[in-house]
Write a protein that binds this ligand. Sequence first.
Ligand code: TXA
Ligand code: MG
Length: 321
Amino acid sequence: MPPPIAKATPETIAEAGRLLASGALVAFPTETVYGLGADATDGKAVARIFAAKGRPSFNPLIVHVLDAAAAMRLAELPPLARRLAEAFWPGPLTVVVARRSDCPVSDLVSAGLDTLALRVPDHPVARALLAAAGRPVAAPSANRSGHVTATRADHVAADLGDDVAMILDAGPTAHGLESTVVDARGETPTLLRPGAVAAETIEAALGVTLARPVDGPSGAAAPHSPGQLESHYAPRARVRLDAVDVRPGEALLAFGPPLATSGPVLNLSPAGDLIEAAAALFSALRILDAQGVASIAVMPIPQQGIGEAINDRLRRAALGR
Ligand code: TXA
Ligand code: MG
Protein backbone atom coordinates (compact mmCIF):
# COMPACT_ATOMS: atom_id res chain seq x y z
CA MET A 1 0.00 0.00 0.00
CA PRO A 2 1.33 3.48 -0.79
CA PRO A 3 1.75 5.74 2.24
CA PRO A 4 -0.92 8.37 2.97
CA ILE A 5 -0.39 11.84 1.49
CA ALA A 6 -1.43 14.72 3.76
CA LYS A 7 -1.58 18.32 2.61
CA ALA A 8 0.86 20.24 4.82
CA THR A 9 -1.10 22.27 7.42
CA PRO A 10 -0.19 23.24 10.98
CA GLU A 11 -2.19 20.20 12.16
CA THR A 12 -0.62 17.63 9.80
CA ILE A 13 2.86 19.05 10.47
CA ALA A 14 2.30 18.69 14.23
CA GLU A 15 1.13 15.10 13.66
CA ALA A 16 4.20 14.42 11.48
CA GLY A 17 6.42 15.80 14.25
CA ARG A 18 4.83 13.37 16.71
CA LEU A 19 5.30 10.50 14.25
CA LEU A 20 9.01 11.34 13.86
CA ALA A 21 9.45 11.53 17.63
CA SER A 22 7.86 8.07 17.93
CA GLY A 23 10.40 6.54 15.52
CA ALA A 24 8.24 6.51 12.37
CA LEU A 25 9.30 7.69 8.90
CA VAL A 26 7.82 10.87 7.42
CA ALA A 27 8.45 12.17 3.90
CA PHE A 28 8.52 15.96 3.66
CA PRO A 29 9.29 18.70 1.14
CA THR A 30 12.47 20.74 1.22
CA GLU A 31 13.50 23.48 -1.22
CA THR A 32 15.53 20.87 -3.15
CA VAL A 33 13.69 17.54 -3.22
CA TYR A 34 11.40 15.53 -0.92
CA GLY A 35 13.25 13.92 1.96
CA LEU A 36 12.52 10.65 3.76
CA GLY A 37 12.93 11.68 7.38
CA ALA A 38 13.61 9.89 10.65
CA ASP A 39 14.72 10.96 14.13
CA ALA A 40 18.51 11.09 13.61
CA THR A 41 19.12 10.12 17.24
CA ASP A 42 17.07 6.90 16.95
CA GLY A 43 19.13 4.12 15.36
CA LYS A 44 16.13 1.91 14.61
CA ALA A 45 14.28 4.77 12.94
CA VAL A 46 17.36 5.45 10.81
CA ALA A 47 17.62 1.74 9.94
CA ARG A 48 14.03 1.94 8.66
CA ILE A 49 15.16 4.61 6.18
CA PHE A 50 17.70 2.21 4.67
CA ALA A 51 15.11 -0.57 4.61
CA ALA A 52 12.54 1.67 2.89
CA LYS A 53 15.09 2.91 0.33
CA GLY A 54 15.98 -0.66 -0.59
CA ARG A 55 19.67 0.20 -0.83
CA PRO A 56 22.05 -2.78 -0.64
CA SER A 57 24.68 -0.79 1.28
CA PHE A 58 24.88 1.95 3.92
CA ASN A 59 25.50 5.42 2.57
CA PRO A 60 25.84 8.27 5.08
CA LEU A 61 22.75 10.48 5.38
CA ILE A 62 22.28 14.24 5.67
CA VAL A 63 21.11 15.54 9.05
CA HIS A 64 18.64 18.43 8.91
CA VAL A 65 18.57 21.03 11.69
CA LEU A 66 16.86 24.39 12.21
CA ASP A 67 19.91 26.62 12.45
CA ALA A 68 23.66 26.86 13.00
CA ALA A 69 23.19 26.78 16.78
CA ALA A 70 21.49 23.39 16.49
CA ALA A 71 24.27 22.23 14.14
CA MET A 72 26.90 23.19 16.72
CA ARG A 73 25.27 20.94 19.30
CA LEU A 74 26.04 17.99 17.02
CA ALA A 75 29.33 18.81 15.35
CA GLU A 76 32.41 21.00 15.44
CA LEU A 77 32.02 23.88 13.00
CA PRO A 78 35.52 25.07 12.07
CA PRO A 79 35.90 28.63 10.71
CA LEU A 80 35.37 27.53 7.12
CA ALA A 81 32.11 25.77 7.99
CA ARG A 82 30.91 28.83 9.91
CA ARG A 83 31.54 31.05 6.90
CA LEU A 84 29.61 28.65 4.69
CA ALA A 85 26.79 28.56 7.23
CA GLU A 86 26.62 32.35 7.40
CA ALA A 87 26.60 32.69 3.63
CA PHE A 88 24.25 29.84 2.68
CA TRP A 89 22.06 28.75 5.62
CA PRO A 90 19.19 28.33 5.47
CA GLY A 91 19.58 26.96 1.96
CA PRO A 92 20.61 24.03 -0.23
CA LEU A 93 24.20 23.69 0.98
CA THR A 94 25.29 20.70 3.08
CA VAL A 95 28.55 20.84 5.03
CA VAL A 96 30.49 17.78 6.15
CA VAL A 97 32.18 18.34 9.51
CA ALA A 98 33.51 16.31 12.44
CA ARG A 99 30.99 14.88 14.93
CA ARG A 100 31.25 16.18 18.48
CA SER A 101 32.30 13.51 20.94
CA ASP A 102 28.92 13.92 22.68
CA CYS A 103 26.97 13.90 19.41
CA PRO A 104 23.60 12.19 20.01
CA VAL A 105 23.12 11.28 16.34
CA SER A 106 23.06 7.52 15.63
CA ASP A 107 26.32 6.33 14.07
CA LEU A 108 24.26 4.56 11.42
CA VAL A 109 23.53 8.07 10.04
CA SER A 110 27.26 8.54 9.40
CA ALA A 111 27.60 4.92 8.20
CA GLY A 112 30.45 4.55 10.66
CA LEU A 113 32.33 7.72 9.65
CA ASP A 114 33.43 10.28 12.25
CA THR A 115 31.73 13.03 10.30
CA LEU A 116 28.24 14.44 9.86
CA ALA A 117 26.68 16.05 6.81
CA LEU A 118 24.57 18.97 8.08
CA ARG A 119 22.01 21.04 6.31
CA VAL A 120 19.61 23.82 7.33
CA PRO A 121 16.71 23.68 4.87
CA ASP A 122 14.98 26.78 3.60
CA HIS A 123 11.43 25.48 3.16
CA PRO A 124 8.64 26.57 5.51
CA VAL A 125 7.21 23.05 5.84
CA ALA A 126 10.62 21.45 6.46
CA ARG A 127 11.38 24.11 9.06
CA ALA A 128 8.01 23.77 10.78
CA LEU A 129 8.49 20.00 10.86
CA LEU A 130 11.97 20.32 12.43
CA ALA A 131 10.51 22.67 15.04
CA ALA A 132 7.61 20.27 15.74
CA ALA A 133 9.89 17.22 15.96
CA GLY A 134 12.33 19.06 18.25
CA ARG A 135 15.22 16.87 17.16
CA PRO A 136 17.68 16.52 14.25
CA VAL A 137 16.13 14.72 11.28
CA ALA A 138 18.14 12.40 9.04
CA ALA A 139 16.74 12.44 5.52
CA PRO A 140 17.97 11.15 2.19
CA SER A 141 16.02 11.93 -0.95
CA ALA A 142 12.64 10.20 -0.76
CA ASN A 143 13.06 7.81 -3.65
CA ARG A 144 13.92 4.14 -3.75
CA SER A 145 17.58 3.49 -4.37
CA GLY A 146 18.40 3.84 -8.06
CA HIS A 147 15.11 5.56 -8.88
CA VAL A 148 14.69 9.17 -9.96
CA THR A 149 14.77 11.71 -7.12
CA ALA A 150 11.30 12.64 -5.91
CA THR A 151 10.25 16.24 -6.40
CA ARG A 152 6.50 15.73 -5.83
CA ALA A 153 4.47 13.99 -3.13
CA ASP A 154 2.91 11.57 -5.62
CA HIS A 155 6.41 10.54 -6.79
CA VAL A 156 7.21 9.64 -3.19
CA ALA A 157 3.95 7.72 -2.79
CA ALA A 158 4.57 5.76 -5.99
CA ASP A 159 8.12 4.88 -4.92
CA LEU A 160 7.89 4.06 -1.23
CA GLY A 161 5.71 1.54 0.55
CA ASP A 162 3.71 1.47 3.75
CA ASP A 163 6.84 1.66 5.88
CA VAL A 164 6.40 5.43 5.51
CA ALA A 165 3.82 6.74 8.01
CA MET A 166 2.99 9.99 6.22
CA ILE A 167 3.93 12.13 3.24
CA LEU A 168 3.57 15.86 3.83
CA ASP A 169 2.53 17.44 0.54
CA ALA A 170 3.43 21.04 -0.28
CA GLY A 171 3.49 20.78 -4.06
CA PRO A 172 6.52 20.42 -6.30
CA THR A 173 9.91 21.41 -4.86
CA ALA A 174 11.61 24.60 -6.07
CA HIS A 175 15.07 23.38 -7.11
CA GLY A 176 14.34 19.80 -8.12
CA LEU A 177 18.04 19.12 -7.54
CA GLU A 178 19.71 18.00 -4.33
CA SER A 179 21.83 20.21 -2.10
CA THR A 180 25.50 20.82 -2.84
CA VAL A 181 27.73 18.86 -0.43
CA VAL A 182 31.01 20.42 0.70
CA ASP A 183 33.56 18.90 3.07
CA ALA A 184 34.42 21.86 5.31
CA ARG A 185 36.82 20.20 7.75
CA GLY A 186 40.20 21.16 6.36
CA GLU A 187 41.85 24.33 5.13
CA THR A 188 40.47 23.85 1.66
CA PRO A 189 36.78 23.12 1.11
CA THR A 190 36.15 20.07 -1.06
CA LEU A 191 33.15 19.67 -3.35
CA LEU A 192 31.74 16.19 -2.65
CA ARG A 193 28.53 16.53 -4.64
CA PRO A 194 27.52 19.26 -7.08
CA GLY A 195 24.00 20.48 -6.40
CA ALA A 196 21.57 23.36 -6.10
CA VAL A 197 24.20 25.93 -5.09
CA ALA A 198 26.70 26.34 -7.93
CA ALA A 199 30.35 25.69 -7.07
CA GLU A 200 31.20 29.13 -8.50
CA THR A 201 28.77 30.78 -6.06
CA ILE A 202 30.49 29.06 -3.15
CA GLU A 203 33.92 29.98 -4.47
CA ALA A 204 32.87 33.62 -4.86
CA ALA A 205 31.50 33.73 -1.30
CA LEU A 206 34.64 32.19 0.20
CA GLY A 207 37.20 33.67 -2.15
CA VAL A 208 38.82 30.25 -2.60
CA THR A 209 38.71 27.50 -5.19
CA LEU A 210 36.92 24.30 -4.18
CA ALA A 211 38.99 21.15 -4.29
CA ARG A 212 37.41 18.23 -6.15
CA PRO A 213 37.68 14.61 -5.09
CA VAL A 214 40.45 12.75 -6.92
CA ASP A 215 38.06 10.82 -9.15
CA GLY A 216 36.07 13.98 -9.87
CA PRO A 217 32.47 14.49 -8.76
CA SER A 218 29.89 12.69 -10.85
CA GLY A 219 26.69 14.45 -11.82
CA ALA A 220 23.77 15.00 -9.50
CA ALA A 221 21.93 12.04 -10.98
CA ALA A 222 24.71 9.74 -9.80
CA PRO A 223 25.88 11.39 -6.59
CA HIS A 224 29.45 10.88 -5.57
CA SER A 225 29.25 8.68 -2.50
CA PRO A 226 32.28 9.19 -0.29
CA GLY A 227 30.59 7.00 2.29
CA GLN A 228 31.10 4.08 -0.03
CA LEU A 229 34.83 4.53 -0.08
CA GLU A 230 37.42 2.95 2.18
CA SER A 231 37.24 5.98 4.50
CA HIS A 232 34.58 3.91 6.32
CA TYR A 233 35.33 2.96 9.87
CA ALA A 234 37.33 -0.25 9.71
CA PRO A 235 37.68 -2.31 12.88
CA ARG A 236 41.17 -3.18 14.05
CA ALA A 237 40.01 -6.67 14.89
CA ARG A 238 40.06 -9.48 12.35
CA VAL A 239 36.51 -10.32 11.24
CA ARG A 240 35.36 -13.86 10.36
CA LEU A 241 31.96 -14.06 8.67
CA ASP A 242 29.19 -16.68 8.72
CA ALA A 243 30.63 -18.30 11.83
CA VAL A 244 28.96 -21.50 13.00
CA ASP A 245 31.31 -21.89 15.96
CA VAL A 246 33.48 -19.61 18.10
CA ARG A 247 37.18 -20.35 18.12
CA PRO A 248 39.55 -19.72 21.04
CA GLY A 249 40.34 -16.02 21.46
CA GLU A 250 37.42 -14.84 19.33
CA ALA A 251 34.70 -12.45 20.42
CA LEU A 252 31.23 -13.28 19.12
CA LEU A 253 29.06 -10.84 17.22
CA ALA A 254 25.74 -12.65 17.44
CA PHE A 255 22.44 -12.41 15.60
CA GLY A 256 19.52 -14.28 17.11
CA PRO A 257 20.18 -17.05 19.66
CA PRO A 258 23.97 -16.86 20.24
CA LEU A 259 26.46 -19.67 19.63
CA ALA A 260 28.00 -21.21 22.73
CA THR A 261 31.19 -19.45 23.88
CA SER A 262 33.02 -18.44 27.04
CA GLY A 263 34.43 -15.32 25.35
CA PRO A 264 32.90 -11.85 24.98
CA VAL A 265 29.53 -11.68 23.20
CA LEU A 266 27.72 -8.76 21.66
CA ASN A 267 24.31 -9.48 20.19
CA LEU A 268 23.13 -7.31 17.27
CA SER A 269 19.58 -8.53 17.86
CA PRO A 270 18.70 -11.40 20.22
CA ALA A 271 15.28 -11.50 18.54
CA GLY A 272 16.83 -11.82 15.07
CA ASP A 273 15.40 -8.49 13.93
CA LEU A 274 17.31 -6.96 10.99
CA ILE A 275 16.28 -3.35 11.73
CA GLU A 276 17.53 -3.68 15.29
CA ALA A 277 20.75 -5.29 14.01
CA ALA A 278 21.40 -2.46 11.54
CA ALA A 279 20.89 0.11 14.27
CA ALA A 280 23.44 -1.65 16.49
CA LEU A 281 26.03 -2.57 13.85
CA PHE A 282 28.51 0.34 13.86
CA SER A 283 28.55 0.86 17.61
CA ALA A 284 28.99 -2.90 18.09
CA LEU A 285 32.15 -2.90 15.97
CA ARG A 286 33.49 0.09 17.90
CA ILE A 287 32.68 -1.45 21.29
CA LEU A 288 34.46 -4.69 20.39
CA ASP A 289 37.46 -2.71 19.12
CA ALA A 290 37.53 -0.62 22.30
CA GLN A 291 37.66 -3.87 24.28
CA GLY A 292 40.79 -4.72 22.31
CA VAL A 293 39.52 -8.03 20.93
CA ALA A 294 41.83 -9.45 18.25
CA SER A 295 39.19 -11.23 16.19
CA ILE A 296 35.45 -11.31 15.86
CA ALA A 297 33.34 -14.24 14.74
CA VAL A 298 30.14 -12.98 13.11
CA MET A 299 27.08 -15.20 12.94
CA PRO A 300 25.27 -15.40 9.58
CA ILE A 301 22.91 -12.51 8.81
CA PRO A 302 20.05 -13.26 6.38
CA GLN A 303 20.67 -11.68 2.98
CA GLN A 304 17.19 -10.14 2.78
CA GLY A 305 15.93 -6.56 3.08
CA ILE A 306 18.37 -4.43 5.04
CA GLY A 307 20.36 -7.61 5.76
CA GLU A 308 22.01 -7.06 2.39
CA ALA A 309 23.42 -3.70 3.58
CA ILE A 310 24.55 -5.22 6.90
CA ASN A 311 26.38 -8.00 5.05
CA ASP A 312 27.93 -5.49 2.66
CA ARG A 313 29.36 -3.60 5.63
CA LEU A 314 30.55 -6.75 7.37
CA ARG A 315 32.28 -7.97 4.20
CA ARG A 316 34.18 -4.66 4.05
CA ALA A 317 35.10 -5.07 7.72
CA ALA A 318 36.36 -8.59 6.98
CA LEU A 319 38.61 -7.25 4.22
CA GLY A 320 40.42 -5.18 6.86
CA ARG A 321 42.09 -1.83 6.49
O1 TXA B 1 18.89 18.17 -1.04
C1 TXA B 1 19.29 17.24 -0.35
O2 TXA B 1 20.44 17.20 0.08
C2 TXA B 1 18.28 16.14 0.00
C3 TXA B 1 17.19 16.75 0.85
C4 TXA B 1 16.20 15.73 1.35
O3 TXA B 1 17.77 17.44 1.94
N1 TXA B 1 18.93 15.03 0.65
C5 TXA B 1 19.77 14.18 -0.03
O4 TXA B 1 20.27 13.15 0.76
O5 TXA B 1 20.05 14.30 -1.19
P1 TXA B 1 20.96 11.84 0.13
O6 TXA B 1 21.09 10.85 1.28
O7 TXA B 1 20.21 11.36 -1.04
O8 TXA B 1 22.41 12.31 -0.24
C6 TXA B 1 23.37 12.53 0.77
C7 TXA B 1 24.72 12.84 0.16
C8 TXA B 1 25.36 11.58 -0.41
O9 TXA B 1 26.09 11.92 -1.57
C9 TXA B 1 26.28 11.18 0.74
O10 TXA B 1 27.36 10.39 0.32
C10 TXA B 1 26.71 12.52 1.28
O11 TXA B 1 25.58 13.33 1.17
N2 TXA B 1 27.07 12.43 2.70
C11 TXA B 1 26.26 12.27 3.77
N3 TXA B 1 26.95 12.18 4.91
C12 TXA B 1 28.24 12.31 4.59
C13 TXA B 1 29.46 12.30 5.32
N4 TXA B 1 29.47 12.15 6.65
N5 TXA B 1 30.61 12.45 4.65
C14 TXA B 1 30.61 12.61 3.32
N6 TXA B 1 29.50 12.63 2.55
C15 TXA B 1 28.33 12.47 3.17
MG1 MG C 1 19.64 10.54 -3.06
